[in-house]
Design a protein around this ligand. Sequence first.
Ligand code: PLP
Length: 482
Amino acid sequence: MHKKLNKQQKKQSFLSSVPSVHEILDLHEIKKLISKVGQQVVSNVVRMTQEEYRHSLIEGNKKQFGKLEKSLFVDRVIEKALVESQRSIRPIINLSGTILHTNLGRALLPHQSIEAMVEVASQTSNLEYNIEEGSRDNRDKHIEEDLCHFTGAEAATVVNNNAAALMLILNSLARRKDVLISRGELIEIGGSFRLPDIMKSSGCKLKEVGTTNRTHIEDFVENIDSKTGLILKAYTSNYTISGFTSGVRESDLIKVSKNRNVPFVVDLGSGSLVKLSNSFLKIEPTPLKKIKMGADLITFSGDKLVGGPQCGIIVGRKELINKINKNAMKRAMRCDKLTIAALSEILKLYKNPDTVVENIPTLRQIFRPKKEIRILADRLLPLVQSNFNQRFVAEVVCCESQVGSGSLPNKTIPSVGISIRLKSKSLPKSGLLKKLSKAFRELPVPILGRVSGGSFVLDLRCLETEDIFIKQLEYFPSYWKK
Ligand SMILES: *Cc1c(COP(=O)(O)O)cnc(C)c1O
């Protein structure tokens, strides 16, 4: 009886020690917090924290009974408010070894593009306005001339992404008609990009030609009739069919398409505006090459090998681009001013071939010399190592990066990383590696590595913010050191 009463008293004392909203909002450190994250967030969090403590009481967590320290409460409020006010979309450090990762936002923009975006975002602009004439203008004027210059095309336009570009072309040129495509090219990209579905939504009928692994030029010739809208060549980007295959030569297809007056359209996916190569990597084919071969329209993504903002670039014959521009669908797919501003600056950077690799982050990361990455790895190794006890081995290792997003699917780029693994081979490690990769992901700026062959690897090819990486290591849980 006595004991029960005592407990009741303790509960009461605890409840009355939960600070009021007023009391908390008046504190100096909370005022500082409000200036950082706003009154709304802090008020909500204070109420949530009050609830949390009262709830813990009802749940009967004995440790909480007794007087509640106000400083403890305040710490909890600050911690929660900072989490609450965190942006939903925020930076992460990509050490996965995949340079263009769709889930991680693909290409990083050069500062020139970022500055142009900030300028048009914060000020009114001549997006669709002809300053000289004082009249309405076309937003494509900011990019069309340069796109034609780099691709050798007569005309160009842009829409929100390459999938949109393809839908727009199909709908503009082949609605209610057949689209001929080689059976082996029925690609599926990323899981959400299915060519057959895109065809259907665009109002076209897919006509597969040939068999999965063998398609001949005769297959196309036989299938062209008055219902044929266009011939589509899609670059298989996340897989290749190897072995006994026989693709139709593109030059032959182009000949047939010209003969029969059917447009030949290439979905290049990841086109590059320049031909670049070094000893281990060759970037091709370029839209320029395809235009020279005689393709009528080419589409490619702005945020893959171009290294620019998300957009779908369409280049090719003027007559066809005009048709596309007249389609009402184009209006629904047009790019915003930020994209136009960013792309326009990217195109300027391509005009100087000597500095283009250095200036465009995607190209810089693709061509970053292994030697440079190794020096970085050697420098960072001791800092990473110091977070782990004797049971772990952290070492500099060779690894392979890839471009990603379907660009150059079969090529890997020799790279250098830091690998962390268990010293003893006998211990079960898959669970531990999962835990380790989670610990890196839970840092204030998450670090993304990859688990590969019994170790956790941080591929340093894409690490260009060394200071932020080092800062994160300070937050690494001490558990791994014990
Ligand atoms: C990536 C890709 C697409 C889709 O491009 P998005 O810009 O992501 O819409 C379509 N076709 C091919 C061949 C691709 O590689």
